[in-house]
Design a protein around this ligand. Structure first.
Ligand code: GAL
Ligand code: MG
Length: 1000
């Protein structure tokens, strides 16, 4: 046999693997330790990334009887390392969420277990033989066997973990051959059921470290701050080190690069007036020290996380986590992410005021934590554990299944090993504030042991485990080592009732605001709760990025994407992986703009119109605004900006306020807003000067909006009305209308010979379901909201003054179901060619809430831009409008609809009072309403958006589709979160739509 079967044996997790140690890269000199930007600059680091020989078999059974030599000889292909083989042209990346991707038969895995044989050579010179060579794998999915020069070296598993092997005894001068056999499935698969594309291979870096024979193995950085946080004590704890060794030199540098202290033998160091580390002020000291022939470097942030009376504190101040869950995921490389890509994500996070990351649901590579230390993020680092698939087992039902692995003592060592793999290497990182035991695995003995073990490994940090929530109430459950309570996706009400009113432990939302498709809505309600309750630590939005499969590239060179099912697998979970705040290629979704708006660092708190003063508040927890922000304040009357004032935000201490005079004269009788736009004045870590920080609006005087008046001359011609069975044919001089009794709206409207409508107006209650509508969609369909028929009951007309008035009565009635909406619409036509509408819409009270209530128009495609007086520039729904504000905006029609990988409703602007849809020559239509309306404009029909499953398959209609709604239902986050709050349902008995339309 080529290998011994360890991969179906939970008692053998690693063979010949070196004991775990803290992560570091040894350097050859003080200069290298201090000056190297990348670890590859160390002379002791041998990079093994790059092209490796590769051989793929779809089943392990095809290789077991062969010799390693025969397999190596059969190799003809090559693969880039790191990568996943599914992203390199082999096998398929299969997407499942909860379900296991293999039969549930632990510890066994399918016969047809795909394998990849990786080979590469590296050379060793005679002079190098004085060193030990330690081979490091930072991530291999899911289990692997290693050979050096044909001799078997060892075995390891736990995909997101570092495995280190001592290859020294097997080396020869000259060429050395490494071979790695990677298995797609192993017993580890049962503990790695994370919701992601299931991929395989050597997906993180591989390297050798050259170590002197005698060396330091494992050490901890110890820090302690004085009670007033002014002084730090720094010490090193050498846990494993050759007994003959000592520290022979050290240097400590301050955050500004100044040498603070140096010496020969190490002793505890005291730093007075220490610069504290926070996410807002990520100040790092640099310690380098020599042990034997090696130099080590630690970048240290002095900080102290603690719970005081269940309130989460950093450096003595209460703080909140405004976080996201982040997977490693890139569309073309999957789980393989480069440092540059990690920095790109962190930059986007900083720009959008995210201060915390949960490494869902496995540890990151060490370089990621270094970046978080450097750029300032609070990290909840999670072990590579998820057993979610047990809930899908047949028969016993969700919860009864949940704890079966978690409470099985056979798996205690498995879970402890994974916790060790997450804690031991990463313990010296500043940014990690809490260890998480894993995700969605139920509760029982294995997690009680894991929590205790995590405490023993690192008593300095608290511990998190959400699935304690699923603990069997009939069992005595030990929560001694559980530092906080945690939940995912409870409603605001539930969160408050269960965890905040009488807090037993601190509370965190490890997942909330499921950002799938158009969403998340209702972010503010959670935020307000976080602010209200001190013991609420904050939360982590699910999730940072959409995961997707690249299906092709369009003519502009942009990738287009698919999801589960597109890879051709039998069991998949569709587009549930497309649930991020940014697209797979990192375009921020509008949901991220919502987050950004809520967590803006500067808030316009108050306006004193008498004194012409504004009060600004600094929302940061630690940092002064210094001179980092500049702002533009706009004085807006009736939606029109009348004056502007630019200033540098004064230095405001954290959580402090500043009052500022503004050179504006206010008019109390006019609808008045102040718009505050803030941007970064200076370059920051990761952020360019000029980058937007926030836009917000303050309502100063709430007066009725005065709409611009447009000319409405009477042409004084006489009205001609021909009443046919199916239509009314109306004319007044040059102007003509056809009222279509079938659709209950106008089918043609000609002003001065110009035609305005391409399709008949239609009443509708449908919106293309968003991902967050997925649970209510069956009811909506069932009751008949999609494509109901229109029933015409009556139409009476009369001439009132100079106008013609139609009183129409119709109903929206689905086949085999009762009426949805009763519509009494009064249309007033003027001789100048205008149409005014007042519609009273009565909803069937037995029905679920409506998606929307409105009128649909088909306009000429040449009308390709809009100008509107309403909420913009981003979309605005009842519960998703934080980033938008009231004013006058212009946009291209193509930019209004936000493209989601699975098409759905998007881009509505509620609170619109005037909308002009026009072409380049200025021709178009103007719609006004004192009462206000919501509009969507795009080139996609409701049917197309409803039925097409991928964005790149959307086809444009031959007209512009304009929807004018009284209102739309809110957005929420019910794709995984709680049901949409009833505050945002459309459940009233009657609604009224009031509009005036004229042609330009
Ligand atoms: C949670 C889970 C995440 C993800 C999310 C749905 O239950 O922890 O991993 O599956 O739901 O997108
Ligand atoms: Mg899961």
């Amino acid at each position: 046999m080529l290998i011994e079967n360890f991969y179906e044996n939970v008692d053998v997790l690693h063979v010949n693997m070196m004991p775990r140690r803290n992560y570091y890269i040894p350097f050859e000199s003080a200069e290298a330790a201090l000056g190297s930007k990348r670890r590859s600059e160390s002379a002791r680091f041998v990079d093994l990334n790059g092209q490796w020989g590769f051989l793929y078999y779809s089943s392990i059974l095809d290789v077991l009887d062969k010799s390693l030599e025969a397999l190596v000889n059969a190799q003809t292909e090559s693969i880039s390392v790191p990568s996943t083989w599914q992203h390199s042209g082999y096998d398929q990346a299969n997407y499942t969420n909860v379900r296991y991707a293999i039969p549930f038969d632990p510890p066994f895995v399918p016969n047809d277990n795909p394998v990849g044989l990786y080979t590469r050579s590296f050379s060793v010179e005679e002079s190098e033989l004085e060193f030990d060579f330690h081979l490091n794998f930072e991530g291999v999915d899911s289990a692997f066997y290693v050979w050096v020069n044909g001799q078997w070296l060892g075995y390891s598993q736990v995909s997101h973990s570092i495995s280190e092997f001592d290859v020294t005894p097997y080396l020869q001068v000259g060429n050395n051959q490494l071979a790695v056999l990677v298995l797609k499935w192993s017993d580890g698969t049962y503990f790695e059921d994370q919701d992601k594309l299931r991929t395989s291979g050597i997906f993180r870096d591989v390297y050798l470290l050259k170590r002197p024979r005698e060396h330091l193995v494992h050490y901890l950085v110890q820090q302690e701050l004085s009670d007033d946080f002014s002084t730090a004590r720094l010490d090193l704890d050498f846990l494993v080190m050759d007994p003959d060794l000592v520290v022979s030199a050290y240097q400590l540098y301050g955050p500004d690069g100044q040498l603070l202290q140096e010496g020969e033998s190490w002793q505890e160091v005291t730093i007075e007036q220490v610069h504290l580390w926070t996410a807002e002020t990520p100040e790092l000291y640099t310690l380098i020290f020599q042990v034997g022939q090696e130099w080590f470097r630690e970048r240290i942030g002095f900080r102290h996380f603690e719970f005081i009376d269940n309130v989460f504190h950093l450096n003595g101040r209460p703080i909140k986590l405004y976080g996201v869950n982040q997977h490693d995921s890139r569309p073309r490389t999957g789980a393989t992410v480069s440092v540059a890509e990690q920095i790109e994500d962190l930059r986007l996070m900083k720009e959008h005021h995210i201060n915390a990351i949960r490494t869902a649901h496995y540890p990151k590579s060490p370089e990621f934590y270094e970046l978080c230390d450097q750029y300032g993020f609070y990290v909840m680092s999670e072990a590579d554990v998820e057993e979610h698939g047990v809930v899908e087992l047949y028969g016993r039902g969700w919860n009864a299944n949940y704890n079966q692995l978690a409470d099985d003592p056979r798996y205690i060592e498995v879970i402890k090993d994974r916790v060790a793999a997450s804690i031991i290497p990463n313990q010296n990182f500043t940014s990690i504030f809490m260890w998480s035991m894993g995700n969605e695995s139920g509760f029982g003995i294995t997690f009680e042991e894991a929590l205790k073990y995590a405490y023993e490994l690192d008593p300095s940090r608290p511990r998190h485990y959400e699935a304690f929530h699923y603990a069997d109430p009939d069992r005595v459950n030990d929560t001694t080592y559980l530092s906080c309570y945690s939940r995912m996706y409870p409603s605001v009400e539930e969160t408050e009732e269960l965890y905040l009113k009488q807090p037993e432990k601190p509370f965190v939302l490890c997942e909330y605001a499921h950002a799938m498709g158009n969403g998340p809505g209702d972010l503010r309600a959670y935020h307000e709760l976080m602010e209200r309750y001190p013991t609420f630590m904050g939360g982590f939005v699910w999730e940072w990025c959409d995961h997707a499969i690249v299906l092709g590239t369009d003519e502009h060179g942009h990738d287009y994407f698919g999801y589960g099912g597109d890879e051709g697998s039998r069991f998949h979970d569709g587009n549930f992986c497309v649930d991020g705040l940014v697209s797979p290629d990192r375009v921020p979704h509008r949901g991220l703009k919502e987050f950004q708006a809520i967590h803006r660092p500067i808030v316009l708190k108050a306006v004193d119109t008498e004194k012409a003063c504004i009060t600004l508040q600094n929302q940061l927890f630690f940092a002064s605004t210094d001179s980092r922000f500049r702002a533009t304040l706009q004085h807006q009357e009736n939606g029109v900006i009348v004056e502007e004032y630019k200033f540098t935000v004064p230095a405001i201490p954290a959580k402090g306020e500043a009052v500022l005079e503004v050179p504006f004269v206010f008019h109390p009788d006019v609808l008045t807003h102040l718009n505050l736009h803030v941007e970064w004045a200076e370059e920051q870590l990761l952020i360019q000067a000029g980058t937007a920080v926030s836009s917000e609006q303050y309502l100063v005087y709430d007066q009725p909006l005065i709409l611009p008046e447009s000319e409405n001359v009477s042409l004084g011609q006489s009205w001609l009305v021909e009443d046919y069975a199916d239509r009314l044919q109306i004319s007044n001089g040059e102007n003509q209308w056809t009222f279509d009794k079938r659709t209950g709206g106008f089918s043609s409207w000609l002003v001065n010979g110009q035609s305005a409508l391409e399709t008949p107006m239609e009443w509708t209650v449908w919106r293309a379901p968003t991902d967050n509508d997925r649970n209510v969609k069956p009811a909506w369909q069932d009751v008949g909201f999609y494509q109901p028929t229109t029933k015409f009951y009556s139409c009476e007309w009369e001439i009132v003054g100079e106008d013609l008035v139609l009183e129409t009565h119709l109903g929206l009635v689905p086949i085999y179901r009762e009426k949805i909406l009763d519509i009494k619409a009064r249309w007033t036509l003027t001789s100048a060619g205008r149409i005014s509408l007042t519609a009273d819409l009565t909803r069937n009270q037995l029905h679920p809430f409506l998606p929307r209530i409105g009128l649909q128009l088909g306009l000429k495609k040449e009308l390709d831009r809009v100008e509107y007086l309403g909420n913009g520039p981003w979309e605005a729904y009842q519960d998703k409008h934080e980033a938008s504000y009231f004013g006058r905006f212009a946009a291209r029609v193509v930019d209004l609809y936000e493209h989601h990988i699975r098409p759905q409703e998007s881009g509505s602007h509620r609170g619109t009072h005037e909308l002009i849809v026009h072409g380049q020559a200025g021709q178009g239509i103007c719609i006004q309403s004192q009462a206000g309306f919501s509009f969507n404009a795009s080139y996609y029909s409701l049917e197309t958006l409803t039925e097409v499953s991928h964005d790149h398959e959307l086809t444009e209609a031959d007209h512009l589709v304009l929807l004018l709604d009284v209102e739309q239902a809110g957005i929420g986050s019910n794709s995984c979160g709680p049901a949409l709050s009833t505050d945002y349902h459309l459940l009233d008995e009657t609604y009224r739509l009031e509009l005036t339309m004229h042609l330009l």
